[in-house]
Design a protein around this ligand. Sequence first.
Ligand code: ATP
Ligand code: MG
Length: 439
Amino acid sequence: MTYSLGDWRRTHYSKNVDSKLKDETVTLMGWVHEIRDLGGIIFVLLRDRDGIIQITAPSKKISPELFEEIRKMKKESVVAFRGKVQGSNKAPGGVEIIPDKLKVLNESKLPLPLDPTEKVRAEIDTRLDSRFLDLRKPGVSAVFKIKSRMLHSVRLFLEDNGFIEVNTPKLVASATEGGTELFPITYFEREAFLGQSPQLYKQIMMSAGFDRVYEIAPIFRAEEHDTLRHLNEVISIDIESSFSNEKDVMNTLEKLVKTALNDVLEHCSDDLKLLDVDLQIPKGSFARIEYDEVVDLVNSKGVQMRHGEDLSRAAEKAIGEIMDDYYFVTGWPTDIKPFYVMPDENDPERSLAFDLMYKDLEISSGAMRVHKMDLLVERIKNQGLNPDSFERYLAAFEYGMPPHAGWGLGAERFTMCITGSNNIRETVLFPRDRRRLTP
Ligand code: ATP
Ligand code: MG
């Protein structure tokens, strides 16, 4: 038994071994997914990041030492096989490997806390406790391959559309926007907080003359949520765009969503198949519905909702049943939106804010922003906040702040839409919620 790679290197991933490689020698590395010992022949399923391949070890064709080594292998150990590719109409994928040499690189302890073969379904908490094993399941890792592709295509799209990537601080001095709870931390001899959103910094960047910025970074919300769609740390895809209004950035958001969906469809067909997802690209433009109409529709479904209120969970469900997959809700009451949201000039009780919904799930909030200092100070006061604590933010509005608009799109909520996950925990490697801070 050897624990060292030596000069062995993987020549192929399992999914790249096909009958074209017949009679060639390949080196494969991965985990022992399953072993079936039939006495005179042993079948091993070797799993790597991209799939599973069969190693077939007939006692008559291989050395007794190798046969014995294979027989002693334990499930989930890390191994490397060198062997010949052979066509097989019984093996999954149509090929099998007849091994020449084996290296056991690291033996797994048994029994396993979790079975990566997915034969036994485990509860989400058990799965998250042993996430490294859980993530070995192809159907679990597929979500993260799709999330990775989505983020990649979002980046490409924004770069192609003139957005500059920025990184703003996550350690912040004061309760920024109000409205949501913050995590206090000790910052040397002072108290500070974890950032709930890059909002104020994105806006300062508009005054800095960057015109179009984006950031893909964690946001921290200290609310004691206990739902399937909230976590306390998530990734927000944020943009801010100068010399633009709310309609412009809604169009950007709509294009971005469609581009990402198309891209995932094109590049992640295997992962979508594993998840049993038939990804539909919305045809035509996303519907745009006014808040007032939403209230009426919600009430018509027998769910009580007064004009001026935010959507309750029941209201979200009611409207989700009426509307098609992706739709915008516009014309939100100014009172329930943050201070930086621009009221409608002709009807100041209404704001130029929008949400993008997917069925009953809010995936993005955005708006035309207030760029006039006096109105901004008034809005801050109206929301019961103290303009003095926004001194450094407000300064950016005094010396030439252009009109601007933007939005924040939850990366996990968007991933839920694409992968059909109904628990946000499925879309985060190591979720942070009210009860979970490890692993
Ligand atoms: P909700 O009403 O669903 O709690 P929100 O309106 O408080 O969300 P925003 O402050 O508008 O959230 O944040 C913008 C986007 O960031 C949301 O539309 C969502 O996609 C994502 N997001 C915000 N908070 C959370 C959270 N706690 N968990 C998951 N995603 C979140
Ligand atoms: Mg929102």
